[in-house]
Design a protein around this ligand. Structure first.
Ligand code: PLP
Length: 358
């Protein structure tokens, strides 16, 4: 839940902009017959934020964590667990998720037991590894694993999926997604089932979709970063028609002085055991902000003030070169930052950063 009393650093979430981005991507996908699972993990599934996305035409709410899915239980959309279930937590998985992504027979057997105990059916998306080398069965093992899923009571094989551009950086292509479709068809022929889902990846598949390269049967994408940050993840470019500033990190200036750019005196290691290197830029106007490496991932922050540049941070202080900053600043002023995916993840999970929806 977001907090009432504002303290800084603060992370602001603009729900109108998020709804706009969500609708825009749902619309782009629906033109190609593709449904969207809105991935909520980067904002820790804050219920108010997830509810905003749920009203925008997405078919699923998807998260990697059982805890996050539980927070969204009251939102009337089916829930997808994105991370492979842990065998020790299958009962919770069956309770909070309608479908989960799977690749291990032992886990599927445990899930089947949990589903039977709970008197429910749990859907399975069988993950196929097409070369990115994160989760998934190898192509040649897909049919035997699918056969086993079909036998297991309490489970329904809903479809196949792939995850790309995550570990190995392998890009989605008509070839590798074509293999996913062929795998789905082999399973259908071998097991006598009809698969309703062929999930062709995450935000990095949008570019291929836009160039009409998605094979016909791919009918679901799981979209996180593209919606929340308006970024194309295959190459990091902006997605036209989306807002880049759904999230704003704001931190307060606590010191503002002209200082040399080179430390004075003999230098050793910094607070993190690194030996720092400096470039002599003469006298600088330097702002210290009340935010540091214990709060967020500093290399995931980008100042919105033109001319301002982050030069470093210790655990509690971030240094910004504001020599060429166009806005006149004083102590007590706030500076705003855009965030990368990693920066956003770190700010969201930080208890030192307050969260506020707009
Ligand atoms: C996080 C995640 C996604 C979303 O990825 P984005 O690049 O943010 O769109 C999709 N699928 C799985 C399995 C994930 O873990």
């Amino acid at each position: 839940m977001t907090e009432d009393k504002l303290r800084y650093p603060a992370l602001f979430i603009d729900l109108d902009k998020l709804r706009h981005n969500t609708r825009h991507l749902v619309e782009l996908c629906s033109r190609r017959g593709v449904d969207v699972a809105a991935v909520t993990k980067v904002y820790c599934a804050i219920p108010e934020v997830a509810a905003a996305q749920a009203s925008c035409g997405v078919r699923w709410l998807a998260d990697s964590r059982v805890e996050n899915l539980r927070r969204m239980k009251h939102i009337p959309l089916p829930k997808m667990l994105l991370r492979l279930p842990s065998p020790s937590r299958v009962d919770e998985v069956v309770e909070v998720a309608d479908i989960s992504l799977n690749s291990e027979i032992a886990t599927l057997e445990a899930l089947s037991g949990a589903a039977v105990r709970a008197g429910r059916t749990h859907e399975v998306l069988l993950m196929v590894d097409l070369g990115d080398l994160r989760e998934g069965v190898l192509k040649e093992d897909a049919v035997p694993v699918a056969r086993r899923i079909v036998e297991l009571p309490g489970l329904v094989l809903a479809g196949v999926g792939v995850n790309l551009t995550c570990y190995g950086g392998v890009l989605p292509s008509t070839d590798n997604l074509g293999e996913l479709v062929r795998t789905a068809e082999e399973i259908e022929a071998a097991c006598g089932v009809q698969l309703k889902i062929v999930s062709g990846g995450n935000s990095s598949s949008l570019k291929l979709m836009q160039s009409e390269g998605l094979p016909e049967r791919v009918n679901l994408l799981r979209l996180g970063e593209s919606i929340v940050l308006g970024l194309e993840t295959a190459d990091g470019t902006r997605i036209p028609g989306t807002h880049r500033d759904v999230f704003t990190l704001t931190a307060e200036v606590v010191e503002l002085k002209e200082k040399p750019s080179m430390p004075i005196g003999e230098t050793g290691r910094d607070a993190f055991g690194q030996t720092p290197v400096f470039e002599d830029k003469g006298i600088m106007r330097r702002a210290i902000l009340a935010i540091g490496r214990q709060d967020v991932r500093i290399d995931g922050l980008f100042p919105r003030d033109r001319g301002a540049e982050i030069i470093g941070a210790s655990s509690d202080h971030m240094l910004v070169d504001v020599t060429r900053c166009e806005r006149p600043l004083k102590v007590g002023d706030m500076m705003e930052f855009d965030l990368s995916y990693g920066g956003l993840l770190s700010a969201m999970t930080s208890e030192y950063v307050s969260k506020k929806t707009l």
